[in-house]
Design a protein around this ligand. Sequence first.
Ligand code: FES
Ligand SMILES: [Fe+2]
Length: 376
Amino acid sequence: MGALLSDAAVIERVLDHIDNKTTDVGDDSWREPTDNYRSEERHLAEIELLKRLPIPFCPSAALPQAGSYVARAAAGTPLVVVRGEDGVVRGFRNACRHRGNQVASGSGCVKAFICGYHGWTYRLDGRLRHIPHDQGFPDIDKSEHSLVPVDTSEKHGLVFVTQEEPVADGALEGLDDLPDLFAPDQRIFASGDNVSDVNWKLSMEGNLEGYHIKPTHKETFYPYGFDNLNVVETFGNNSRVTYPFRRIEKLRNLQPESRNIAGMVTYVYQLFPNVTISVLSNHTILTISEPLSPSQTRFINYRLTNKGEQKEGERAQRDASFVSDTGGKEDAAVIRAIQESLTSGANEYFTYGKYEKAIVHFHKTLSDLLKRVETK
Ligand code: FES
Ligand SMILES: [Fe+2]
């Protein structure tokens, strides 16, 4: 993946920043109107955009065998993705072709989807296989009543779904520019979701800069990390922010080729626009933000073992420590406070500076792509 620095180069850059008391900076600052966090119209435009981009739906590891499926709403639309007998992952609108009941819920492993209302039964490739008492439907052509497919592809250890015509030529090819994010040996050991009364972008922004580390996380992350010392890279619409730990200094005395970055930094990848992958010391978290309204978001989380890590759970426990739990609550409290102040009228816009380079990239890209949605 040429667009991102190698681990060795990241280490070098971090050590330079420590020596020079510097951090990565962007070229521009940005003003984002606060209306964009409140307006229903903007929310609907963002939902439309989410349907027209390839968006991670779940890790490949959530679909380990033929018949494994995951069902949930994405951009407000109920979908189901399933691994077929042929090993191929397919996605469908989760709506029975009789009268629209959802044919799957949650996750699991099935031989076929049997609608719970009247029992219409679909093969894993979506074809309608069986209608109970089908003499009641003398004119129906089964082949015209398959589950409705959505464009689905599996790459880099993730399943991507594009629900509607892509917003930009090349939006799908853009997937080729991503690094391999999950290796086949990474396993899911926990997953879940929660709903929070915040705009999804406020929450996303909190992941994308280290300028807040000392004031917000004075006794949690700051004692182990640095204030405002990050490597910030953008690649395509996406970005990666590196948060080093102080212990990275131990690598100074090693030859570059014998330095191992594991446990020395947290990498946070943002897959534009609503997905993050945080590679922590002992496990990796995939989070998909599903905007429910301008002021409410569902967060879908998968926790996976790290590459080459055999003992799941046990080591990950170390990341789920007092420090990261409390640190997470500190972030959540700030985001709720911002959400509440949106209606105060104090800010017509928020200003993002050069230390908030990944957020500037996020808003610029979002703004550009939304213009294309509107003109379609
Ligand atoms: S709605 Fe599915 S079988 Fe009737
Ligand atoms: Fe934070």
